[in-house]
Write a protein that binds this ligand. Sequence first.
Ligand code: 5GP
Length: 225
Amino acid sequence: MIKTKKQGNLIIISGTTCAGKGTVIKKILENHNDIVLSISYTSRPKRENEIDGVDYYFVNSEEFEAKIANGDFLEYAKVQYGSYYGTPKAEIIEQLNTGKDVILEIDVQGAKQIKELFPETVLIFIMAPSMEEVKRRIKMRGDENNEQIISRFKTAYNEINQINNYNYVVVNDDLQEAVKKVEAILISEKLRVDRIEEMFVENQEEIIHEFLIDKELTNSEITVE
Ligand code: 5GP
């Protein structure tokens, strides 16, 4: 009776540093094969545990700027320590058109740009339970110098101040609960009335007529008894 739009939803997941958004997204992707994660381009150096083409497409600044000039990005921004990060356009449009939901794990600046381009984008912000907890998680990671840590904190406070741009906020104090909440959002967004493309209403008269005939048959059966 209802035909929903074939196009997938565009979903942005942002979050404060150490909020665990990467882990939440990984779990969601494991559970849903109709959801894909967009792989961004970045000019920041590759970390030891990262794989080119899996975590990011790693390019240098000149290559990134050539892609900007070519109009290859849906959005881009300088996020950490002056490095570029950008969302590739062509792949995302293609995946949305095949009906897949596409998750963009991007910062607040990128989220703002995408929302202006596609107002129907679903924006989710994932937060750590407290800044004390963020401090603890950064210390545990221990792979950055003081200047970098201070910069991360400043970015986190700045991002929290822009939470009004988002539709949903999920506090990640328990991973399983946070995953459940994000899944609930994604499922609900699929069921929105404005995702209906066509409604097929069967012929009312016919249905009522058929119903009455069925009823008469039942009545006659009762009479016969
Ligand atoms: P990291 O360097 O730790 O991988 O990522 C730093 C920040 O860059 C994260 O907040 C992440 O959400 C953001 N980011 C990753 N890819 C993109 C992108 O394509 N565009 C924008 N605007 N931000 C991104």
